[in-house]
Design a protein around this ligand. Structure first.
Ligand SMILES: NC(=O)c1ccc[n+]([C@@H]2O[C@H](COP(=O)([O-])OP(=O)(O)OC[C@H]3O[C@@H](n4cnc5c(N)ncnc54)[C@H](OP(=O)(O)O)[C@@H]3O)[C@@H](O)[C@H]2O)c1
Length: 260
């Protein structure tokens, strides 16, 4: 039976680990990100270690028409997608008005617009195929406003809301949508976002491989929201809603402020 996963942002971090975990279960892959060399290495590793077939498509999916170009290449190669994992995303530290507007808008393009477009394209194909699974990588940032990463937190709030509604719409047609909400994880994400020594970088409890497994297993079970740590889930669902917003924002700003 066909079991091909399309994973965006597969060249590093959580995306690469999601690819490794899916391959370990015998699934085929379509790996995409911008860095072709990284994708080629991962393709070779997974085909060698697991005897699966992996396709590597180097594409800037945050660019205008990037998502459409990716979908066209998949269609052109005659590939069927059974699992869509929207993982590619980035953040960036700093006050909104002091950060380059181009970076802030590019974040919305990748984290929000591309994720939406790929869900639209492949969600429709999966519904027509009679089933499928979608895993959208959100964040604990979805649960609160995020001073010093105002746009990033807002993009993840979108992913959280969108994913749940998509699950509700598509579940009757055999397609589930799970949103994965990790806390801080040690990957290349922190370098790209310029986190430096901000206190939240000291809170990394899980590896990218552990986070990928939690998200993937939750997707397979058709779970709606997967928060990676139990205590975090309790705090986000049962405590945070009752804490005054200004207090929450002060704490978020503090953990995201570099000390050095
Ligand atoms: N690490 C954390 O603390 C953390 C916490 C919560 C949520 N998340 C979320 O987890 C997801 C994965 O992040 P990560 O931690 O694994 O970070 P990462 O190691 O930086 O991986 C990001 C991936 O996205 C790809 N990417 C970035 N811009 C792209 C573009 N324009 N077009 C195509 N691909 C692009 C990168 O590949 P190329 O550079 O090769 O294009 C890379 O493969 C993100 O959605 C992030 O928001 C991360």
């Amino acid at each position: 039976m066909s079991n091909t996963a399309l994973i965006t942002g597969a060249s590093s971090g959580i995306g690469a680990e999601l690819a490794r975990y899916h391959a370990s279960k015998g699934g085929d892959l379509i790996l995409t990100a911008r860095r072709a060399d990284r994708l080629a290495d991962l393709k070779a590793e997974l085909e060698r270690d697991h005897g699966i077939t992996a396709h590597a498509i180097a594409q800037d999916i945050g660019a205008v028409d990037g998502a459409a170009a990716l979908a066209a290449q998949i269609e052109g190669a005659g590939l069927r997608v059974d699992i869509l994992i929207n993982n590619a995303g980035f953040g960036g530290l700093g006050n909104h008005i002091e950060r380059p507007l181009t970076d802030e808008m590019a974040m919305i393009d990748l984290n929000v617009k591309t994720l939406t477009e790929l869900t639209h394209v492949f969600g429709a194909k999966m519904a027509a195929q009679g089933g499928g699974k979608i895993l959208n990588v959100g964040s604990v940032a979805a649960f609160m406003p995020g001073p010093k990463q105002a746009v990033y937190f807002a993009t993840k709030a979108y992913v959280q809301s969108f994913s749940q509604a998509i699950d509700h719409e598509l579940r009757p047609r055999g397609v589930t949508c799970t949103v994965l909400c990790p806390g801080y994880v040690e990957t290349e994400f922190g370098d790209r976002a310029d986190f430096g020594d901000a206190p939240m970088t000291k809170n990394s409890k899980l590896t990218a491989a552990q986070v990928a497994k939690i998200g993937y297993d939750a997707m397979q079970r058709g779970k709606l929201v997967a928060i990676t740590e139990f205590q975090m889930a309790v705090a986000l669902n049962w405590i945070l809603p009752f804490v005054p917003r200004r207090l929450v924002m002060g704490l978020v700003e503090k953990v995201q402020t570099k000390t050095g």
